[in-house]
Design a protein around this ligand. Structure first.
Ligand code: ADP
Ligand code: ASP
Ligand code: MG
Length: 423
């Protein structure tokens, strides 16, 4: 008998009907002779609504109580899903992240999983139950407080449980038919990918393709857990993410895997920094001490007359306030003139292992952006990715232009988006 882990995202369990539909699908997997562990997200946009609510009582809610609040969303869906399964005549038990043995560090709002001890899940399975686990949450090893894994963290819960339980596959059910060459909400002509390597998927996820969370792909690669991303609304095969394609999984010899975009970041510019050794170090030390992860960094050439330069970096908008506060506090030590904060930016990334060996990709990328009259503010590259920062308003047009320029447009059907609000 095989063991499968299935994860259902918020749009798949958005209402009572959705929960009943998903329950049927889970029961089918059980009837096919599998042991089934289900990881479930909060219903629809519940997490966003809880955040809005928290912001109404406190301007910048974070930390312990914020995590307590947010984990309530997944508790609701896990219990309802277990009830719906029982109603179909099958045994199911729901578990919080803590009960399922998801042990994390103690960084609230973006905790990392450090161990998974799924003893209670094993027992529930051995007793013939379907085990339903609340995604996106765990318990801190040190403080014993409840933690959350960061937005979209249910994907990581699913892969971590799949690894701990030695599952054959981790199925991620969502509101599109798999991983596409671009977000189907933006590019109607996006093409479904049959198989993609961990390497390319990691880069797409890191660049903002939220269909899979970066950390979840990292985890899957480390423990070699194949992921099957598919729709909970259709019976179609989705996208396999793994080391090597298996069986009849089609591999296209494309140079480019896809185009990702991200409008969740902001840009901070530290203006008038003395151009001498140690300045960048003290700026980024202040940011690191505030536990903020940054993305791109650019330092301008200093003006000869003043010996001053500007340093810009991008970071999640949610960390913007914290970063500005941290830099203001360190202003006298660092010695810059002022700070600028811009949250109307977007990032567009072109990803593909083929670009390592194909000259001209960068030129074609910039030409496509230029033809679309999109202005570029920052550039960064890795071996298999080129990213640019532009105005947020330019992002949809720019993504479509690049997608077309690299021949990624599908010549058959339009990509289907079955649900969700894209929030
Ligand atoms: P869930 O609620 O199931 O976790 P998410 O909203 O987190 O769903 O992720 C699914 C969404 O990811 C899709 O609706 C789509 O808009 C978006 N997305 C972004 N990039 C891609 C891509 N390359 N392929 C498929 N979906 C993508
Ligand atoms: N409910 C959480 C969120 O909206 C976690 C998840 O859906 O993966 O971010
Ligand atoms: Mg998600």
């Amino acid at each position: 008998m095989g063991l499968v882990v299935q994860k259902y995202g918020g749009s798949s369990v958005a209402d009572a009907e959705g929960i009943k539909r998903v329950a049927k699908r889970i029961v089918e997997a059980k009837k096919n002779g599998n042991q089934v562990v289900v990881v479930v997200s909060a219903m629809g946009d519940t997490t966003d609504e809880l955040i809005d609510l928290a912001e109404q009582v406190s301007p910048m809610p974070t930390g312990r109580e914020f995590d307590m609040l947010l984990t309530a969303g997944e508790r609701i869906s896990m219990a309802l899903l277990a009830m719906a399964i029982k109603n179909l005549g099958h045994e199911a038990q729901s578990f919080t992240g803590s009960q399922a043995g998801v042990i994390t560090d103690s960084v609230h709002n973006k905790a990392r999983i450090i161990d998974v001890t799924p003893g209670r899940i094993r027992t529930a399975l051995d007793e013939g139950n379907i085990a339903i686990v609340a995604g996106f949450q765990g318990v801190s090893q040190d403080s014993k407080d409840i933690t959350t894994l960061g937005r979209g963290g249910s994907d990581t819960t699913a892969v971590a449980l799949a690894a701990a339980l030695d599952a054959e596959v981790c199925e991620i059910y969502t509101d599109v038919d798999g991983v596409f060459t671009a977000d189907p909400r933006v590019v109607k002509k996006a093409r479904k990918i049959d198989w993609i390597s961990f390497e390319d998927m990691l880069e797409l996820a890191a660049s903002g393709s939220k269909v899979l969370l970066h950390r979840c792909v990292e985890y899957a690669r480390r423990y070699n857990i194949p992921i099957h991303v598919r729709s909970s609304f259709s019976g179609l095969q989705g996208t396999w993410v793994s080391n090597e394609p298996q069986g009849d999984q089609k591999v296209e010899q494309a140079i480019i895997s896809g185009v990702a975009h991200d409008t969740s970041e902001a840009k901070v510019t530290v203006v008038g920094v003395p151009d001498k050794p140690g300045e960048a170090a003290s700026i980024f030390r202040a940011i690191a001490d505030a536990e903020i992860n940054i993305d791109m960094v650019v330092q301008n050439v200093s003006a000869a007359a003043t010996g001053l330069t500007d340093i810009s970096f991008t970071l999640p908008k949610t960390e913007g306030r914290k970063a500005i506060d941290a830099l203001e506090k360190a202003k006298s030590v660092i010695g810059f003139e002022s700070l600028r904060y811009d949250d109307q930016i977007g990032k567009i990334s072109l990803v593909g292992a083929g670009m390592k060996t194909n000259p001209g990709v960068t030129a074609a990328f910039f030409e496509a952006l230029s033809d679309a009259r999109v202005n570029i503010e920052l550039i960064s590259t890795s071996e298999i990715r080129i990213s640019v920062v532009t105005r947020a308003d330019d992002v949809p047009e720019a993504v479509r232009a690049v997608h077309t320029a690299f021949g990624l447009d599908s010549d058959s059907d339009e990509a289907v988006v079955y649900g969700g609000t894209g929030r």
